[in-house]
Design a protein around this ligand. Structure first.
Ligand SMILES: [Zn+2]
Length: 306
């Protein structure tokens, strides 16, 4: 047993640099933030989608304050603030993090300084406090003490300002181990974070408690919540509707079943990569590029391999 474990460890260690090289995200460098403009889309009922650099942002305006979901990268703070002020001069009361990744929590420090209370799942706080490792690049991010949420929760909670309720729910072990999806019932707006990406494969952060089964469960939950007129703000990609979510759920199911079979057949990750199991169909619709296709194979494999 001991020998087998040691051999396995050695193989893993040897495979890592190559695997990491394969998993480089594109583009490898961050965007030029000075050139990025925030695009605002009116979702009705004083609710807005803001697109800039990083994950999508949802902004909901109540009678005495504003609730926002996600805060992109740190350098986007001033631009996001200006875009929100263009719609309402009311104070931003809450910033909800859908998960810990920097393209969603980069704004935490800046907005906290402004007096906004950050809300997130318990595990977001734990990860930001401890420092994190990227599942795609292996890059380390040091602890971010100024980014920690003021309020955390474990299963379900609400954030309220006058005339507005945000319903927060934690889908277990999905994109990460600390995801939150937010439903603005009156506006029929559902903000999913990275558990749903409308025009691309999701990244599944297997290194930080995520898994494809959890992403599928989250999608099934959204299918119960969403009706024909529900506006779904994905973590990345354009605003979506229920029909798009149905396609996404089907893709996940196909990918999962196919990969499960390959794993049962004893295929290694390298063998699976060489087979390109999703190239004939799924990649055409969901892979932004070849690297993204490879990364999806990797994250599905990693989250299913026992
Ligand atoms: Zn993410």
């Amino acid at each position: 047993m001991k020998t087998a474990a040691l051999v396995l460890l050695a193989v893993t260690t040897l495979a890592t640099p190559q695997a990491l090289a394969q998993a480089q995200p594109t583009p490898p460098v961050g965007p030029d933030f000075s050139k990025i403009e925030v695009k605002t889309t009116d979702l009705g009922h004083n609710t807005y989608l803001l697109e800039g650099a990083g994950g999508n942002v949802t902004v909901a305006v109540g009678k005495d304050g504003i609730i926002m979901v996600d805060g992109q990268f740190a350098p986007m703070h001033d631009k996001l603030k200006a875009a929100i002020e263009a719609k309402s001069k009311l104070p931003i009361k809450y910033l909800i993090n859908t998960h810990f990744h920097g393209d969603h929590t980069g704004g935490n420090e800046g907005f906290s300084k402004d007096g906004v209370a950050v809300i997130a799942h318990d595990n977001v706080k734990a990860r930001l406090a401890a420092g994190t490792t990227s599942n795609t690049t292996g890059a380390k991010t040091p602890p971010r003490p100024d980014a920690l949420p003021k309020f955390t929760y474990s299963d379900k909670t609400t954030a309220k300002v006058k005339g507005l309720v945000a319903e927060l729910t934690h889908p277990v072990a999905a994109h990460t181990d600390g995801d939150t999806f937010v439903y603005f019932r009156k506006a029929k707006v559902l903000a999913t974070g990275d558990t749903f990406t409308s025009d691309r494969y999701p990244n599944i952060d297997w290194l930080n408690g995520g898994g494809i089964d959890g992403v599928i469960r989250a999608a099934d939950t959204y299918l119960i919540i969403a009706r024909k007129k529900t506006k779904i703000v994905p973590g990345h990609g354009p605003l979506a509707d229920r029909a798009r979510l149905v396609e996404y759920r089907a893709m996940l199911g196909t990918a999962r079943d196919r990969m499960q079979k390959l794993i049962k057949d004893g295929k290694t990750e390298d063998e699976v990569q060489a087979m390109k199991p999703f190239a004939a169909d799924l990649d055409k619709k969901w892979a932004l590029n070849e690297q993204a296709a490879k990364n999806f194979v990797r994250v599905v494999y990693k989250s299913l391999k026992p």
